[in-house]
Design a protein around this ligand. Structure first.
Ligand code: ATP
Length: 340
């Protein structure tokens, strides 16, 4: 992420009036007042390295998710600033949460983003299942929507670089069949001001999550749209493989790289352990692996292959998802915090 990109965010914070220090936001009932609304913290939804996401209630009686990030002098790049820039750019796109409000508290040093509240993450939804994976039909249907979100992001000149089940969630109420993409903290612009693909840098540091990282990331090579597609493919397998990805139990980056490389050769079959309908899935991986940094992705080919895999299995890719068949509703971590 370059400084030039940070400037492109167009982030114009609105100052909010509140004098309580950042840490008190952790308490239920704490109020954040902006020019638009008063937000009351209901509960913590999740915490990251530099901030947290809260479930908030507005003075108009609606609910929203509020992401708060500490402003750190030493950090060059604000993750939240990047998230706001991307959400602004994609506008009302189906797979992205809408921005409701945003601002900055200069004195206490934090930024906030109030956004549309969504439901549980794919990681949490999967954990709710007895077998800890989705059914084949749900997995492929959900993965297809996950790719639509990535396609939209790529269309706007960004790559995500951290695709994984925890960074996607289902919607609430009548949006339970819609998948949302979250967390653009390490996204990168791969298109320059002239709308050309940026010249790849000679070497790039590791970014993202080891389990879902593409080969290029392990090898310190510049990532492009096809690398997001590779991470997306690991995500798809993670949603449906009962034993998880073959490198699930490995922690060391180089061991994981080796396992990913082996799955391209003699150990190909270990990628699909327990799956019955693998021809179309393997066709997708062959296609992704044939792409280079600068290539334009044929997303339609991938959607079509997913549909064909469902047809082979006698399933409808648009059928209701596993969680739509259960009555349970709720935002991320709600279940675990209720059961504590
Ligand atoms: N709009 C939203 N509605 C409901 N829950 C959300 C929303 N946005 C994020 N969350 C939840 O909040 C938690 C933290 O979200 P997210 O990963 O975006 O935060 P983060 O601080 O960037 O985390 P990290 O630093 O680990 O990447 C996750 O459990 C996520 O599902």
């Amino acid at each position: 992420m370059s400084d030039e990109e940070e400037d492109e965010s167009g982030f114009k914070p609105v100052s909010i009036q509140n004098t309580l220090p950042f840490k008190t936001l952790y308490f239920q009932g704490h109020e954040i007042v902006s020019q638009k609304a008063t937000y009351t913290v209901v509960r913590l939804l999740g915490e990251g390295g530099f901030g947290a996401v809260y479930l908030c209630k507005t003075n108009k009686g609606t609910q929203c998710a509020m992401k708060v990030e500490m402003k750190m002098e030493k950090r060059k790049h604000s993750k939240l600033k990047m998230e706001i820039a991307i959400l602004k750019l994609v506008g009302n796109s189906k797979h992205f949460t809408k921005i409701l409000d945003r601002g900055k508290r200069e004195k206490e040093g934090f930024f906030f983003l109030a956004m549309e509240l969504v439901g549980k993450s794919l990681g949490d939804l999967k954990a709710d299942r007895a077998e800890k994976v989705f059914s084949f039909g749900t997995g492929l249907g959900v993965a297809s929507q996950c790719l639509e979100a990535v396609e939209e992001l790529h269309k706007h000149g960004f790559i995500h670089r951290d695709l994984k089940p925890a960074n996607y969630a289902c919607g609430l109420d009548d949006k339970r069949h819609t998948i949302y993409i979250l967390d653009f903290g390490i996204a990168r612009k791969y298109i320059n001001a002239k709308k050309e693909i940026k010249t790849p840098r000679e070497t790039v540091g590791f970014k993202g999550t080891v389990r879902f990282a593409p080969l290029s990331c392990h090898r310190n090579i510049e990532m492009g749209p096809k690398d997001d597609c590779e991470s997306w493919f690991y995500l798809l397998l993670d949603l449906i493989l009962v034993g998880g990805l073959p490198w699930k139990k490995l922690n060391e980056k180089n061991e994981v790289l080796l396992a990913k490389e082996e799955c391209r050769k003699e150990k190909r079959h270990t990628l699909y352990t327990g799956l019955k309908y693998t021809v179309e899935l393997n066709k997708i991986l062959v296609y992704i692996d044939s792409q280079a940094y600068q290539d334009r992705i044929d997303y339609q080919f991938i959607y079509k292959s997913l549909e064909e895999a469902c047809v082979s299995a006698g399933l409808d890719i648009d059928a209701p998802y596993d969680w739509e068949n259960s009555k349970e509703q709720g935002t991320s971590k709600e279940k675990s915090s209720r059961s504590k």
